[in-house]
Design a binder for this molecule. Structure first.
Ligand SMILES: [Zn+2]
Ligand SMILES: [Zn+2]
Length: 329
């Protein structure tokens, strides 16, 4: 067997291995999603039937608990389903190079030449950071776009691949993801507080012992655990949204300076949009197109200073003089 044939066989085996790992991860994710749905259905049954219908005696309390619970439950499930069912958004067609450019890029291995080919291919794509090429999807990656090894596609503004959702969280569903976690926290805190109140009534014998006692204590334990976990997750992601940085960019930690930071208020509007009436609803209202992003004023200042510094001293001085003259007038 020639060396070339051996190399081809190794590459095919590696691809089969990768595909096998991907399919295993997808199967595990599906099982995790089913377990989560099962837990949610169990908590729903205990709260509605065992707690509200069988245990709570006062009609006003029954109705108040059921209305608040169902409002939070519907919002949480609606946001969760939108996050899970939103297909990953890939770069638009203009980021796909022509067949000749693609062959030219793949046939060369010299880094300098590859970089030149990439810069030429990306000249009309307004990429502000380093030009990157995905050899799996064969696209030029827009800024903030990354290849997800599980979904095996490039995703716009990829945040992370979530095993609990069996889907990628990125530009198209980040708002839904944040809302699902937020409503999940509120739902768990509310359910935990009501079930704790009922548990105390059982312990202090203000409620007679009944078969509902154990399920209500189980409900309290489950919802308290999930409230703590989801609250930590929400704080982490809310802090990232406030800084306008994705989980992927944060964990890469390649740059200390974040060029997309527009200030807290504008950063949140990038995710939730400008119209306040849509902020808390699972309706897509994020700003932008997912492949071009506004840069912060600090970035523009740095770029401006770099441009001035890069010019010959005489030109830089004349520009500085111009700035001074403008300030005087
Ligand atoms: Zn890719
Ligand atoms: Zn993914």
């Amino acid at each position: 067997m020639s060396n070339e044939e051996k190399d081809t066989k190794i590459t095919i085996n590696e691809k089969e291995e990768e595909e096998y790992q991907r399919s295993c991860m997808r199967k595990i994710s599906r099982i995790v999603v089913l377990i989560l749905i099962g837990l949610l259905a169990t908590c729903y049954y205990i709260f509605v039937v065992e707690l509200c219908i069988f245990t709570v005696q006062l009609l006003e309390a029954k109705v108040t608990f059921l209305v608040i619970f169902h409002l939070l439950f519907l919002l949480c499930v609606w946001c969760y389903l939108r996050t899970v069912m939103m297909p990953p958004v890939v770069p638009p067609e203009k980021f796909r190079p022509s067949e000749s450019d693609k062959q030219l890029y793949l046939s060369d291995e010299r880094p300098q030449v590859l970089q030149e080919i990439l810069i030429r291919m990306a000249k009309d794509l307004h990429i502000k950071k380093a030009v990157r090429y995905c050899t799996t999807c064969h696209v030029i990656k827009p800024d903030r776009c990354h290849h997800c090894p599980v979904c095996n596609v490039c995703i716009l503004k990829l945040d992370h691949h979530c095993g609990f959702l069996n889907n990628c969280v990125g530009f198209s569903n980040y708002k839904f993801f944040l809302l699902a976690v937020m409503y999940g926290v509120l739902l768990c805190i509310f359910t935990s507080a009501v079930s704790l109140y009922c548990s105390i009534l059982f312990w202090t014998h203000q409620l007679p012992n009944s078969p509902s006692k154990v399920p209500i204590i189980v409900l309290f334990s489950l919802t308290t655990f999930f409230a703590i976990m989801l609250f930590r997750l929400f704080l982490d992601h809310f802090e990232l949204a406030l800084r306008n940085i994705t989980d992927r960019e944060d964990s890469d930690n390649t740059e200390e300076f974040n060029p997309y930071n527009l200030g807290f208020s504008k950063n949140l509007r990038e995710v939730f949009g400008n119209e306040k009436k849509y902020w808390f609803l699972p309706i897509f209202s994020s700003l932008g197109d997912g492949f071009s992003f506004p840069m912060g004023e600090a970035t523009m200042d740095i770029e401006k200073n770099a441009a001035i510094a890069a010019k010959p001293p005489s030109e830089s001085n004349s520009q500085l003089l111009e700035v001074k003259t403008t300030q005087k007038s």
